[in-house]
Design a protein around this ligand. Structure first.
Ligand SMILES: Nc1ncnc2c1ncn2[C@@H]1O[C@H](COP(=O)(O)OP(=O)(O)OP(=O)(O)O)[C@@H](O)[C@H]1O
Length: 264
């Protein structure tokens, strides 16, 4: 790929939790480069350090050694948005606030950035409309279905126009049908916004549908042991799921993963 200006660049990254003799080596050493606009999916056995990597990328956790850099674009309105964050994160449990209306949830990041209320409401409403939630702006999350709640989380993350979107198993709590629908929606959305995305999933299907690259991690401490490029040009649609290339890549990835997931 060789992009001289990667959006995310990690070198020799490791993370250990606790101290000897109880120390847990959770991650690495790991090198990772994500180009601007690229959608990179990470798959790996349970407990291999995927969330740890994402939390380091989000600035929620420090690495034990190594470096992770996110290249930030100067924004034309940077002076006003002093608190602008380059990364937005979406979790499996949605992470939305039950006591705030749907619109206020979507506006949340914009409020932190001190975007004026009128503009923030307009941007929130635009994203709600895009996610098919226009009629629910004044509703409270408790009245929404799981899929709708996850759409609110996606709208909230994208409303801040993040330079980097970090998604940790965002669809894991949804049933298979809804998951497929949201995969297709996210595919369309990210192909139009070209938001640089690092996406963790246990679903190989999800990784192949969405990713420009699929990275396979080893068992803990997670390192990157393989990389595959799904052979589907963009813009692509969910129809690729029925192609022979899709099936063969899925079984190839599954073989790689099975070796890592097998008990020692
Ligand atoms: N705060 C912490 N303190 C101690 N150990 C931790 C902490 N966070 C994670 N770990 C350990 O680090 C390892 C990696 O955890 P992590 O959550 O990153 O894995 P994961 O690949 O995201 O797992 P899963 O796929 O099951 O969600 C695990 O062994 C976990 O128990």
């Amino acid at each position: 790929m060789g992009d001289p200006h990667p959006k995310l660049h990690a070198t020799d990254l490791t993370r250990t939790f606790g101290r000897p003799p109880r120390a847990v080596d959770a991650l690495g050493p790991l090198d990772l480069t994500v180009a601007p606009g690229e959608f990179v999916c990470l798959v790996g056995p349970s407990g291999c350090g995927k969330s740890t990597l994402l939390r380091i990328a989000a600035g929620l956790l420090r690495p034990s050694t190594g470096l992770l850099e996110i290249r930030s674009e100067p924004r034309p309105d940077a002076r006003r948005r002093r608190t602008a964050r380059p990364a937005a994160m979406i979790f499996q449990d949605y992470g939305i606030y039950d006591w705030k209306s749907v619109r206020a949830n979507v506006r949340f990041g914009l409020d932190i950035q001190r975007v004026p209320r009128r503009e923030a409401n307009a941007r929130a409403d635009t994203w709600l409309a895009r996610m098919g939630l226009a009629d629910f702006a004044d509703a409270y999350p408790a009245t929404l279905s799981g899929g709708m709640r996850q759409r609110v989380a996606i709208a909230r993350a994208l409303a801040v126009e993040p330079e980097l979107l970090l998604m940790d198993e965002p669809f894991a709590a949804l049933d298979a049908q809804l998951r497929t629908i949201l995969q297709d929606e996210l595919l369309e959305l990210t192909q139009s916004t070209r938001t640089t995305t690092l996406f963790i999933t246990h679903s190989l299907e999800e990784a192949i549908v969405l990713g420009d690259r699929v990275l396979v991690m080893s068992a803990r401490p997670g390192r990157i042991i393989a990389e595959r490029v799904p052979p589907f040009p963009r813009p692509r649609t969910g129809d690729i799921r029925t192609t022979p290339e899709f099936t063969s890549l899925r079984s190839e990835l599954w073989d790689l993963l099975r070796k890592e997931a097998a008990p020692a």
